[in-house]
Design a protein around this ligand. Structure first.
Ligand code: F6P
Length: 341
C-alpha cells in the first residue's frame, strides 16, 4: 500500500501504532515511509503493533481508586485524526477492527477497511489475509502429531483457533488428514467419535487425530469461546483454552487408548507469511488506494470469486460461519471424516 501510494499517488502515510489505541493515547503515531516498509513482506505480525482491547467506543481506563472503568473516546479519535491532518484512515483487521471502522465512519471519519484475520470469518469476503498462513501452520502441526500418535498408539486432540468459526479447523483438518473434525457450527456427540476411533482400531489403525476448533462444544454443552475466557477491563481477554480438554475428558470415559491434547495457541499466529497471504495482502493494500482515490469511504476491500472487489464496511458486522451442509463438510464426511454428528 505504501509503495503504490507513494509512487502512483504521491501520498504521505502516518503509521498508527497499537490499533485504535494509537489514536487515543499520545505519541503512538509516526511517519510511515517507503523505507519503513522495505523488507517487511516475509515478516509476520505487524510493524505497527496491534491491540484487540482498544475500542474507542468502550475504552478501558484506570480510575483514581485503581479500579477500571469504560468510556466513549470516539470524539477524541476524530479530533486526533484532524490534528494529524489525515485525509482517511485505513483500518486493517478482523470484525472488531472493521466494525469500529464502520462506527467511526458513521461519525464522519473517512475510513476504508482491509480484512485481516486468521479466523476467515468476515462475511464480506471469501478470504482474509493471515488465514492461509495459519492454515499451513495448523496443517504442519497435524502432520507432526501423526508421527507421534502412530508411534504411541494414541488419540491426539489438537485444539485450533478461530473463535466462533471453524474454517481454520476444517481446512487444516482436511489438509492434515484428521480422522475427526469438530467445529462450532456442528455441535458434536461423543458416541460417533468413539465409534470412529473403534472402527479405525478394527482396521488396525491404532491411533487417531481429532482436530477441534477452540469454539467447538458438545451437544447440550455450554462451552463456547466466550465461556473459556475471562474479560479483564484494560487487559483484555485471558484465554483459558478448553475445547480440546472437554472433548478429551468425554472421550476418556469411553476408550482405553491414551489421549493427549495439544493446544496450538498463538503459535498459529506467528512466523513467515505464506506466498498466498503475501499476494493477497499486497493486492488488498493496492486496492485500498483505489477506494481512497474514488472516495469510496466506509467500504472495505474484499476477495470474491477470485476478484478483488469492494464491499460496504457494514458487511464486516455479519459474521461468516462454515456451512454445515456445504460441499466441504459434505465431501469430508463422504471420505469418512467424523464431525461427531
Ligand atoms: O481473531 C483471531 C484470534 O487469533 C482468534 O482465533 C483467537 O480466538 C483470538 O484471536 C485470540 O486472541 P488473543 O490474542 O487476544 O488471545
Amino acid at each position: 500500500m505504501v509503495k503504490r501510494g507513494v509512487h502512483e499517488f504521491g501520498h504521505t502515510f502516518v503509521g498508527i501504532e497499537n490499533g485504535y489505541m494509537g489514536l487515543v493515547e499520545p505519541d503512538l503515531t509516526r511517519p510511515l515511509t517507503e523505507e519503513d516498509t522495505r523488507g517487511i513482506l516475509p515478516k509476520g505480525g505487524t510493524i505497527l503493533g496491534t491491540s484487540n482491547k482498544a475500542n474507542p467506543f468502550e475504552y478501558a481506563f484506570k480510575k483514581e481508586d485503581g479500579t477500571w472503568g469504560v468510556k466513549d473516546v470516539s470524539d477524541e479519535v476524530l479530533r486526533r485524526a484532524e490534528e494529524l491532518k489525515l485525509d482517511g484512515l485505513v483500518a486493517i483487521g478482523g470484525d472488531g477492527t472493521l466494525t469500529i471502522g464502520h462506527q467511526l465512519s458513521e461519525k464522519g471519519l473517512r475510513v476504508v477497511g482491509c480484512p485481516k484475520t486468521i479466523d476467515n470469518d468476515l462475511s464480506g469476503t471469501d478470504q482474509t489475509f493471515g488465514f492461509d498462513t495459519a492454515r499451513g501452520i495448523c496443517t504442519e502441526a497435524i502432520d507432526r502429531l501423526h508421527s507421534t500418535a502412530e508411534a504411541h498408539d494414541r488419540v491426539m486432540v489438537v485444539e485450533i483457533m478461530g473463535r466462533h468459526a471453524g474454517f481454520l479447523t476444517l481446512d487444516s483438518g482436511i489438509a492434515g488428514g484428521a480422522d475427526v473434525i469438530l467445529i462450532p457450527e456442528i455441535p458434536y456427540r461423543i458416541e460417533p467419535i468413539v465409534e470412529k476411533i473403534r472402527r479405525r482400531g478394527r482396521r488396525k489403525r491404532s491411533f487417531s487425530i481429532i482436530a477441534i476448533a477452540e469454539g467447538a462444544y458438545p451437544v447440550g454443552g455450554t462451552l463456547a469461546v466466550a465461556e473459556q475466557a475471562e474479560d479483564i477491563p484494560g487487559r483484555g481477554v485471558v484465554r483459558l483454552g478448553g475445547a480440546g480438554k472437554v472433548c478429551a475428558d468425554l472421550l476418556a470415559r469411553h476408550i482405553e487408548a491414551e489421549i493427549r491434547v495439544t493446544v496450538l495457541g498463538h503459535l498459529q499466529r506467528g512466523g513467515t507469511p505464506s506466498a498466498a497471504d503475501r499476494v493477497l495482502a499486497t493486492l488488498y493494500g493496492c486496492k485500498v488506494l483505489d477506494l481512497v482515490r474514488d472516495g469510496e469511504w466506509d467500504h472495505m476491500v474484499a476477495l470474491r470469486q477470485g476478484k478483488i472487489v469492494t464491499v460496504p464496511l457494514s458487511e464486516s458486522r455479519k459474521e461468516r460461519r462454515v456451512n454445515p451442509n456445504g460441499e466441504e463438510v459434505r465431501f469430508a464426511k463422504s471420505m469418512g471424516i467424523s464431525f461427531g454428528d
